[in-house]
Design a protein around this ligand. Sequence first.
Ligand code: DLL
Length: 432
Amino acid sequence: MQRYYQSEIETASREQLLAWQNERLVKQVRHVWDKVPYYRKKMEEKGVSPEDIRGVEDLHKLPFLSKDDLRDAYPYGLLAAPLRDCVRIQSTSGTTGRRVVAFYTQHDVDLWEECCARAIVAAGGTEEDVCHVCYGYGLFTGGPGLNGGSHKVGCLTLPMSSGNTDRQLQFMVDLSSTILCCTPSYAAYLAESIHERGLRDKIKLKAGIFGAEAWSEEMRRDIERSLGIKAYDIYGLTETSGPGVAFECCEQAGMHINEDHFIAEIIDPDTGEVLPEGSKGELVFTSITKEAFPLLRYRTRDICVLSRKPCSCGRTHVKMSKPMGRSDDMLIVKGVNVFPSQIETVLLEQGYQANYQIVVDRVNSSDTLEVMVEMTAENFSDSLGRITEMEKGLVSALKAMLGIYARVRLVAPKTITRSEGKAVRVIDKRKI
Ligand code: DLL
């Protein structure tokens, strides 16, 4: 079976990778300096010019770029290619402020799709597969990215987009879908619907490629068990192209970053200082091959750890851990840092499913944290005494994990709205 989509790149020696990165970075810095006045100004403010950047070891001299820069420069301010050479835009789903719009030349689309193709092959995909894509299509990058990757691999591609679960299941059964691409929360919902309709034996899925939102190891095991598949993580963001910046291999332990296209750094989110390998911090990307929208030192706000330990799959590209939350949507409740992923871990460990909502509020100047969790078909009870007992169990498990009290409210199965895209897990009423 084919193990890599581009073996000579995916298994290149570290020396070769560094040589590519050095050469491409120097070229890219010159490109943005020449083409993007916004960048030139930022670099001048920091006292850096293209001559100062001779390779990856000089990367730290460049200024950071943040989402605020992208909003300031909206829509064309960071465009580095003539508009007539651009063939596509995609955009973030941001509901507040200005949207972020990313531009692609045909070359950019091709490279992006190749990155997604690498992810599909790493999950076992070949031209024999039926790849069922139910990430949203449109401005969101999930559908178009995996769709393009699936074409490149040669899979029969089902451009389902999200929603209409009955139709999803009908095609999945009738066309014998083998690879499922969607958010992990939608995969969990599909799994639930498959069981409810008694379709488990009619499903031919073997693998899933899930990303676009945080999901825990426990959720992975649940999805794998209920669908009988291997579930692989995929990471990316609109600003750097979309899904496929990093993807999991057969080890299912960290995602290989496509280092021939992106240079990754980990920084201290408060000071901006570059941290040594193995440290936990904010992930920063520099895209070294994009023509239309090349971001230098873009702060993702995602918190993770990088590792260059050799991987048994043979790929040499650095691995990032699953994002452990975002430096900006990390909740601070009563002064304590709370990541929704910690709450999810507790719920799944205690036998619940990932159907929950976290509500943070402020009552009489004091923060409150409430976790609404669905009972499952297995642990459902309508006895008040039993429910109180179950809630108490969760309260103490959450206290042990978070160090603070969270009120728990158990609700009946299927009362929390299901998501077809990214799940809305947190309602922070304090900001309203
Ligand atoms: O979510 C791109 C994508 C589509 C990735 C499909 C994977 C699959 P945005 O909407 O711009 O792009 O959101 C990017 O989503 O900064 C992370 O905070 C989060 N995210 C993406 N993938 C993962 C993942 C797409 N595997 C933001 N695990 C990123 C955790 C993820 N968080």
